[in-house]
Design a protein around this ligand. Structure first.
Ligand SMILES: [Zn+2]
Length: 645
């Protein structure tokens, strides 16, 4: 098997089919319409040259310069979808931009944008990038033009890490205001107020804890972390150039917006509109009347977004999403000169803005309701996803093209939301595993080389999806069949070259890499995990212990436990039976086997199987209980196989 470094040479050229498929995009879309390019460049104050941001240890955190290869091409190469190529070019315009007088953005310094809004005596910062290193650079660029920044408040638009993880590049922990004070007193204290939508912390933490390891491995495919930027490699993902790899922090908010309220921060009025259950479970838009400027968080982003994220996430509500965009339009549409957001570039002009919001809302509403329309006619998700296109006019709108989310996988998301994973065909109720299925196929099909010869003919005909499907069976029957792996890789690679979605391209090309070179993923603990865990409640920790426990191994090891969390005053009565923890909150059992008193941090130590903590905590009664509580926990992996058994 080849090694990963050799993959660059293994990557094939585009076939004639891929070349033609990509060329056809020039007729599908209006490439002469340059409005999005003008928006992406408007207000540019300074662009960096060869932007590479490194961590303290020298590793590359962010590499915008990696996309400089694009300058060598007058138009998209055959190995790239021209629509995605164009989006990548616009996303590579990094620098400091004026949104309007008083509002500035640093874009292209991380996947998301950081926005600076001038107040009477200082600045409000809306979203703080994903990594500290990137935030430090962005701040330095801003200070070069405006002098030292006095930060009055930080706003987190929503609970995703690319919007809060870089906080320590801007604000030190000790400079944050005291959350116990009223907002008025926080502002008067001269410290930095950190404002977020209701439920922010809970969602920021829980989304990364319960399914965190599975998501981390799957995210390697979505973000193409093992790929290099290039005409045969990684391109943009519609909401930026990709994921940064630096220090991630989580500074809890000191004030949560719990209703649509108006706040005044250092002379600047902000009208908040909560939009829960849209792109994130906790999210908000904000209107700045002094600037006639509307912040749309990630509800409108200049691309079709994900109703379902390929890294794995709970499915989002397309109908609510559309509704909140329309509500924002009703509330603020008439008095807005510019909309700006956490990814991509602003849009200016009241009429353009209304159309921008209506187009985006229409796309989500269309996906939601037409999926249900065809489901009610008896079609299954795979069928609906292959049948439906966007309506013609909507399909030609650049800022809802499918760079991040796709119509295809969003349709499946809507189906899942309303009808679940089951297509109602009982054959699919209890499928054999992929490995068992592959083995049976291999047995029925007979000689694998004869199957590959047929598959090669279909490859010559451009039937890449089918070739990938049939060779996948051979790979799952026998992962050492390198010929099958290579042909599967070739087919997926052509699909990647044709994909308009950056995350589809990354997924296809990462699969091709691993089919050719094997699984090269390394198990790396997630950056920022410590901070993230600091935000966990005792209940979340108990959940995590239970998720990590192999219940079958623990099934005959029952106990009862009174848990007292000394610093929060919480009590829990916990029963383990059948390997499962049943937790009663606020209850104390009369005859528990053991009573355990510990601080929240000690409980976390226990959760992380820290043996020293085990010795220090105070247990009365059966002292074996705390040991047995964590005895069957299995460490999770971020390097499991995906394209092979
Ligand atoms: Zn984001």
């Amino acid at each position: 098997m080849a090694n990963k470094a050799e993959n660059k040479n293994l990557a094939k050229d585009a076939t004639a089919y891929t070349r033609d498929a990509n060329a056809a995009w020039y007729k599908k879309l209006d490439f002469d319409d340059e409005a999005e390019k003008e928006n992406a460049l408007r207000g540019l104050l300074e662009a960096p040259t060869a932007l590479v941001i490194r961590g303290e240890d020298g590793h590359v955190v962010w590499n915008a310069a990696g996309y400089d290869f694009m300058k060598e091409f007058a138009k998209a190469p055959d190995t790239a979808n021209p629509s995605l190529w164009r989006n990548t070019l616009f996303n590579s315009y990094a620098g400091l931009f004026e949104v309007c007088k008083g509002i500035y953005q640093v874009r292209g310094y991380d996947m998301a944008n950081v926005t600076f809004i001038r107040t009477k005596n200082g600045w409000i910062v809306f979203d703080v990038l994903m990594c500290q290193e990137d935030m430090e650079e962005a701040k330095a660029l801003m200070e070069k033009h405006f002098g030292p920044l006095k930060i009055v408040a930080v706003l987190y638009s929503h609970s995703h890490v690319d919007h809060y993880g870089g906080i320590y590049g801007l604000v030190k922990k000790e400079d944050a205001a005291d959350a116990k004070l009223s907002l008025k007193d926080q502002l008067a204290s001269g410290k930095v107020v950190v404002i977020a939508p209701e439920g922010f912390l809970e969602h920021a933490v829980s989304e990364n804890i319960y399914a965190g390891s599975a998501m981390a491995r799957r995210a390697q495919y979505q973000y193409g972390v093992h790929l290099h930027p290039g005409p045969k490699g990684k391109l943009a993902i519609g909401i930026g150039l990709g994921q940064a790899v630096g220090n991630v922090g989580l500074l809890p908010p000191t004030y949560e917006v719990t209703k649509n309220e108006t706040l005044c921060i250092d002379g600047i009025e902000i009208q908040f509109q909560l939009t829960p259950g849209t792109e994130a479970p906790a999210e908000m838009n904000a209107y700045f009347p002094d600037y006639r400027a509307l912040w749309l968080a990630e509800n409108c982003t200049g691309t079709m977004h994900n109703l379902y994220t390929l890294r794995g996430a709970q499915v989002r509500d397309a109908s609510a999403w559309a509704k909140y965009i329309l509500e924002a339009e009703e509330l603020f549409g008439d008095k807005t000169d510019v909309v700006f957001q956490s990814h991509n570039w602003p849009h200016w002009g009241t009429e353009i803005i209304r159309k921008y919001m209506d187009d985006t809302a229409a796309a989500y509403k269309y996906i939601n309701d037409q999926t249900l329309h065809y489901a009610n006619l008896g079609y299954t998700p795979v069928e609906i996803a292959r049948m439906l296109d966007l309506p013609e006019k909507l399909a030609r709108v650049w800022y809802i093209r499918q760079y991040y989310g796709t119509l295809n996988h969003n349709i499946k998301a809507v189906y899942q939301r309303y009808l679940g994973w089951y297509d109602a065909n009982p054959v699919n109720l209890n499928l054999l595993t992929p490995e068992a299925t592959g083995k049976k196929w291999a047995e029925y099909l007979g000689d694998a080389s004869a199957v590959l010869a047929k598959a090669r003919k279909d490859y010559e005909k451009g039937e890449y999806q089918w070739v990938a499907q049939v060779t996948k069976e051979l790979v799952f029957a026998d992962p050492s069949n390198q010929e099958a792996r290579n042909l599967c890789a070739d087919a997926l690679e052509q699909l990647g070259y044709q994909a308009e979605s950056g995350i589809w391209r990354n997924a296809y090309l990462t699969a091709a890499l691993e089919l050719r070179c094997g699984n090269h993923a390394i198990h790396a603990p997630k950056a920022g995990a410590a901070d993230m865990k600091a935000g966990m409640t005792a209940e979340m920790m108990l959940d995590f212990i239970n998720i990590s426990t192999d219940a079958i191994k623990a099934q005959n090891d029952d106990f009862t436990l009174n848990l007292i969390v000394s610093d929060t005053g919480e009590t829990f009565f916990i029963k383990r039976r059948d390997g499962v923890l049943l937790v009663h909150k606020g209850v104390k059992g009369k005859a528990a086997d053991c009573t355990l008193t510990c601080s929240r941090m000690q409980l976390m130590g226990l959760m992380m199987v820290n043996k020293e903590v085990l010795q220090r905590i105070s247990a009365e009664g059966d002292k074996t209980v705390p040991v047995r509580l964590i005895k069957y926990m299995t460490p999770f992996k971020t390097d499991f196989n995906i394209i092979e058994p």
